[in-house]
Design a binder for this molecule. Structure first.
Ligand SMILES: *Cc1c(COP(=O)(O)O)cnc(C)c1O
Length: 395
């Protein structure tokens, strides 16, 4: 039996996996068990910001593994304290709770917003507003926040009191507000939902609604945060501050980690015993997170992200010009999507055959989340393979 069959036998069928088994990676390239080389424009869903075996990161993690891996959150470790301080500096918020994943970050943010409401009103009857086509994770709470019925229907009953507005339609959100609304949660750039970017007007409008009605504003930057859109947090491009931000994916750059981060007023609502996690932010995760910030700063990598993004955007826009079935290019920084007028799955498969890793975001959108370290020559290589893929499928 080959690896593909063994995987199909051993795992639950929750994923539609491709018939590729990776062995190792180096820089922007992955290598499968047959030694075939792949250019990675996927980064394990926007996680591996520094590609593979980035020396500063690998060395830091190996060192930490020898020192201390895990102690629980009833004790402190220097690594995790320094990671939290780096997160606070980067987000300009006040308090951090470390988790192991994005789902746990949004779930925690939801619980924090509900607790804040409970302290204020003395009742546990809060409502939450989310957006259609959003994605916030897979636990029962997070999947309820995820405004995409396909992820929800079979798993009811969901949590109660969640309503859905539409991205870039402020009225659709405003009309859902009641005196019981505790929080509004949204992604500045919807990732899984198809790379839809919030307009300036919409984002600022949400902030104003939250201020006016004393609602907690939660931004889910699990995918778009940590430098992916060219600034450390995407909300800095909107000139607003959330009350809570959710982070994961790039925060550990390969080591499983997440966080929800709040201003003091909201964060203070959590009291000892209210929430917890055995692993969340253990010394290994702390080291990963701290090292991510260190690398971003020391190498001024976000300047590079902005520069190479400009080049990639120019090249993608040329594809939109060239092929009338490519409707639009959307996104910010190195979180970009191309919307086709037909399903894109065959393109992903053919790209893989030719040694290029891409993903979808919904049925008709090709999503690109390359590692931050890509250079213009890597963009050129991607465009050359991808153009071949497009031409072969449409010949
Ligand atoms: C990936 C993602 C999540 C869930 O993160 P996991 O680590 O898979 O639990 C939540 N929100 C957004 C915006 C995401 O992209």
């Amino acid at each position: 039996m080959d690896y593909f069959d063994r995987a199909n036998n051993a795992f639950m069928k929750a994923y539609g996996r491709f018939d590729v088994t990776f062995d190792h990676g180096n820089g922007v390239y992955l290598y499968d068990t047959n030694g075939k080389k792949y250019l990675d424009f996927y980064s394990g869903i926007g996680v591996n910001s520094f590609g593979y075996d980035y020396q500063l990161y690998t060395d830091a993690m190996c060192q930490q593994m020898h020192r201390l891996m895990h102690i629980s959150n009833y004790f402190n470790s220097v690594e995790t304290i320094e990671a939290a301080e780096a997160v606070i500096k980067a987000t300009q918020l006040d308090q951090v709770f470390f988790t192991n994943s994005g789902t746990e970050a949004t779930e925690g943010a939801l619980k924090l917003a509900r607790k804040y409401y409970y302290e204020k009103h003395g009742k546990a009857d809060s409502e939450i507003i989310s957006l259609n086509h959003s994605f916030h994770g897979r636990s029962t709470g997070a999947v309820t926040l995820t405004g995409t019925p396909a992820y929800q229907t079979a798993f009811g009953p969901l949590i109660t009191g969640v309503k859905y507005g539409d991205i870039n339609d402020l009225d659709s959100v405003a009309k859902l507000i009641t005196p019981r609304t505790a929080a509004i949660i949204l992604e500045p750039v919807q990732g899984e939902g198809g790379i839809h970017v919030c307009t300036q007007e919409f984002m600022k409008g949400i902030r104003q609604l939250c201020d006016k009605h004393e609602i907690v504003m939660i931004l889910d930057e699990v995918q778009c945060g940590m430098g992916r859109t060219g600034t450390i947090m995407t909300y800095f491009q909107y000139g607003i501050m959330p009350d809570i931000v959710c982070l994961a994916k790039g925060i550990g750059a390969g080591f499983p980690m997440g966080a929800f981060v709040a201003n003091k007023k909201i964060g203070d609502a959590l009291k000892p015993g209210d929430h917890g996690s055995t692993y969340g932010g253990n010394p290994m995760a702390g080291k990963a997170c701290k090292t991510v910030f260190k690398i971003l700063e020391e190498t001024q990598m976000l300047d590079h992200v902005q520069d190479v993004s400009e080049y990639l955007i120019t090249k993608l826009d040329e594809l939109v010009e060239k092929y009338d079935f490519i409707k639009e290019r959307r996104g910010l920084g190195l979180m970009l999507g191309l919307e086709f007028d037909h399903p894109v799955k065959p393109y992903i498969q053919k790209a893989l055959d030719k040694g290029l890793v891409l993903i979808t975001a919904g049925t008709n959108v090709i999503r690109m989340l390359p590692p931050f370290i890509i250079e213009e020559k890597d963009v050129d290589e991607m465009i050359s393979i991808f153009t071949e893929v497009i031409d072969e499928i449409n010949s």
